[in-house]
Design a binder for this molecule. Structure first.
Ligand code: C5P
Length: 232
């Protein structure tokens, strides 16, 4: 399953996004559209990028009552995205509702994954602010099991947690891992990070790379470096 690099298109609008994508003349990378771009441009940006031949992970992290999430997913299901997600913190009933909403009449649907704990969340934040008094690795593993129980295909998690998730939820359960930095890069706001090479070793199925590619002097070279380190 997977073994691909997904570029996070965290840009303010269509203009910057298309200028960025125009640089990729050889390969069409798998890309992630998050809330910044989707809220600015709406569904048309998804269709436009799809038309250019990219696979798309629509990262909107739905988290609401089950009925609302089901309706939201129903609105997304015919957009032609390849992958989308919800927060596992919304619970099993909410995740089941997401599967229902996303499933098309012919029974097919995009890959649906759950965010366990954001890779920007540290143990101190979890214990001190969220009042979750358990080791972060246990919380992530438990949320992954809930996602599997609800019928989802995998989770978004830190690459550092991918190994344990495969152990507990099976190797076919997809791990999509942001929090990727090249050796020597700035950490930014991320807390639980590693390099593409290390993520491969631990067993991530897809890595999501944002600023290490989008802010690079040569983004195409940075993408090729990530692909080489992660897939070869
Ligand atoms: O720039 P950077 O590589 O840190 O970007 C990571 C991307 O992955 C961002 O778009 C962020 O929203 C997303 N993400 C994350 N942690 C999660 C889920 C998604 O960092 N748990």
């Amino acid at each position: 399953m997977g073994k691909d690099v997904i570029i996070a298109l965290d840009f303010p609008g269509a203009k910057e996004t298309m200028e960025f994508l125009d640089r990729f003349t050889d390969r069409k990378p798998f890309v992630k559209i998050g809330m910044e771009l989707f809220y600015a441009e709406g569904p048309s940006i998804v269709r436009e990028i799809k038309k250019r031949g990219h696979k798309i992970f629509l990262d909107l992290k739905l988290h609401d009552i089950p009925n609302t999430v089901k309706g939201g997913m129903r609105s997304l299901r015919d957009l032609g995205v390849d992958m989308t997600n919800v927060h596992a913190g919304g619970g099993v009933a909410m995740m089941k509702a997401a599967v229902e909403g996303l499933t098309r009449e012919d029974g097919t649907r995009p890959i649906l994954i759950a965010v366990t704990q954001l890779t920007s969340t540290s143990q101190e934040t979890m214990t001190g602010e969220l009042l979750i008094d358990r080791p972060i690795a246990d919380v992530v593993a438990e949320y992954a099991k809930n996602a599997k129980l609800a019928g989802l295909d995998g989770v978004v998690c830190s690459p550092l947690e991918a190994g344990r998730i495969h152990e507990e939820a099976g190797s076919g359960f997809i791990t999509v891992t942001p929090g990727i930095r090249f050796a020597g890069d700035a950490k930014g706001d991320q807390a639980r990070i590693t390099t593409p090479e290390k993520a491969k070793e631990i067993g991530s199925d897809y890595i999501v790379v944002g600023r290490s590619i989008t802010n690079a002097a040569d983004p195409v070279a940075a993408y090729e470096r990530a692909m080489k380190e992660f897939t070869e």
